[in-house]
Design a protein around this ligand. Structure first.
Ligand code: HEM
Length: 178
């Protein structure tokens, strides 16, 4: 099983080398910290590979995932008001769908990270408080885990899939709380 050595950087290999350099660019230091965050949640190549294998299953269930997400959301008056003011359910369902499917491409690179930082900023601008953001993630996670339980081949696969998906959701939350 392929593992990442303690000081090897899975996602931003340049960052580790340059982190020691006092003249290094600020964003590189940010990348090294991201490496540490990903090491801490034990996000490895195996996870990325598994995500890619899970993609068809998630695509098959994407309507249920996004429907449940927005049904729970519009039950909170405050959140419905934010959506009506800044966007629409139909529009957001489409962008959420793309966002979720992209997680299962298993490409956690600079583009992936910065895209999520931009979305976090959009949410800040529309006045979405972190507590609602985190609630929304739990709602997504509930549905993901149920889909996995229904679709996984056996218990071992279920456990691995749940761990992988929760790692990626946790990473999203880390980026939002930056
Ligand atoms: C925008 C994802 C939670 C309200 C977006 C976009 C994405 C996204 C991908 C599109 C950004 C773009 O246009 O490129 C998510 C995820 C969430 C989450 C993954 C949590 C798991 C929420 C919640 C609300 C919300 C709880 C409640 C009000 C909005 C609004 C916009 C938006 C109003 C559009 C802002 C605009 O178009 O100017 N979100 N969202 N989001 N989200 Fe969320």
């Amino acid at each position: 099983k392929k593992r990442v050595a303690p000081h090897e950087s899975l996602f931003f290999p340049r960052a580790a080398e340059q982190a020691a350099d006092p003249d290094s660019h600020h964003s590189i230091q940010g990348e090294e910290e991201l490496n540490e965050q990903m090491r801490m949640i034990d996000l490895t190549d195996d996870d990325l590979e598994l995500l890619r294998r899970m993609k068809p299953v998630m695509e098959r269930n994407i309507d249920e995932i996004t429907d449940r997400f927005y049904n729970s959301l519009i039950n909170v008056v405050k959140l419905e008001q934010i959506i009506v003011k800044h966007s629409s359910i139909d529009r957001l369902k489409q962008t959420l769908r793309e966002h979720i499917v992209e997680i299962f491409d298993g490409n956690v690179d600079n583009r992936y990270i910065s895209k999520r930082l931009v979305i976090a900023n959009i949410h800040k601008k529309v006045g979405l408080e972190p507590k609602w953001y985190l609630s929304a993630f739990q709602n997504l996670q509930n549905v993901f885990i149920r889909v996995i339980y229904n679709e996984a081949f056996n218990d071992t696969e279920r456990l691995t899939m749940v761990q992988t998906v929760t790692k990626l959701l946790n990473l999203e939350q880390q980026l939002v709380l930056e």
